[in-house]
Design a protein around this ligand. Structure first.
Ligand code: C5P
Length: 241
């Protein structure tokens, strides 16, 4: 995989037009585009069609978390949209993840549609040990992430979304074929915003991440292309697997 293909730009913007500008300007500098709840709520599936037309992979980041039947039906729609990756919250439970995997597999076989990678969200990078304790979870973050990763693998998910700080433990525990995608990645010295568990792109990739998601460091930069080029250089230095 080329270094640039490891980068998904989070299109966390409030209009279709701004998303289109970013896709046009940055499509040659990133691997794909992540569409999350803000842009999807604002612009809907039209934005997915626009990214597909630009020939780039889509990560639909809606973090499904509902009863198994509802998540399975939402997942079917993600398959129909032709996204490359989508995600569910592992804390939605084994049955929910399993229903999602089964339904997507069946639909893609029957309709000859490509099956997206289905990733499980472990713990958001904004959470701390204190938040876990408030939620009534007695384990520490690292142990909880591994336990969630185990559930995801058992349910047949392709991999997980996790903080860069947990990548090494996940990679060691689940092997080379388990996909690990990391948000909360920040170039050295950059503003960490609301991420409590972040790392540099170089460290995330060196620890074993397959993909990184970067939003504000690119979106807010005076020269977004330059930021992407620096990210690519950093990833190359990490000598990815
Ligand atoms: O702007 P920034 O680089 O912080 O954007 C991070 C992106 O990753 C956001 O779109 C956020 O929704 C997403 N994210 C995620 N899972 C996490 C943390 C952040 O998908 N655990």
């Amino acid at each position: 995989m080329k270094a640039q293909d490891r980068i998904f730009l989070a299109l966390d913007v409030n209009s279709y037009r701004r998303a289109e500008e970013l896709v046009t300007r940055l499509k040659d500098y990133v691997g794909g585009f992540k569409v999350g709840s803000q842009l999807f709520t604002r612009a809907g599936p039209r934005v997915l069609r626009m990214i597909k037309k630009a020939g780039k992979p889509i990560f639909l980041d809606l973090k499904y978390h509902d009863i198994p039947a509802t998540v399975a039906r939402a997942a079917e729609e993600a398959v129909r949209h032709g996204v490359s990756i989508f995600n569910v919250h592992i804390s939605g439970g084994y049955e929910m993840m399993w229903a999602c995997v089964e339904t997507c597999g069946k639909l893609s076989r029957e309709k000859s549609l490509p099956k997206p990678l289905i990733l499980g969200v472990t713990l958001l990078t904004s959470l701390t040990d204190a938040d876990l304790s408030d939620l009534g979870i007695q384990r520490r973050i690292d142990a909880q992430v591994l336990s969630l990763g185990r559930m995801a693998q058992k349910a047949g998910l392709d991999g997980v979304v996790a903080s860069p700080q947990e990548v090494k433990a996940l990679r060691d525990a689940f092997g080379k074929d388990f996909i690990i995608l990391c948000p909360g990645v920040r170039p050295a010295g950059a503003n960490k915003h609301d991420h409590h568990r972040s790392a540099t792109p170089k460290d995330a990739i060196a620890a074993g991440a397959d993909y990184i998601v970067v939003g504000r460091p690119i979106l807010d930069a005076p020269d977004p292309v330059l930021v992407c080029q620096r990210l690519i250089q950093e990833i190359k230095q990490a000598s990815p697997r």
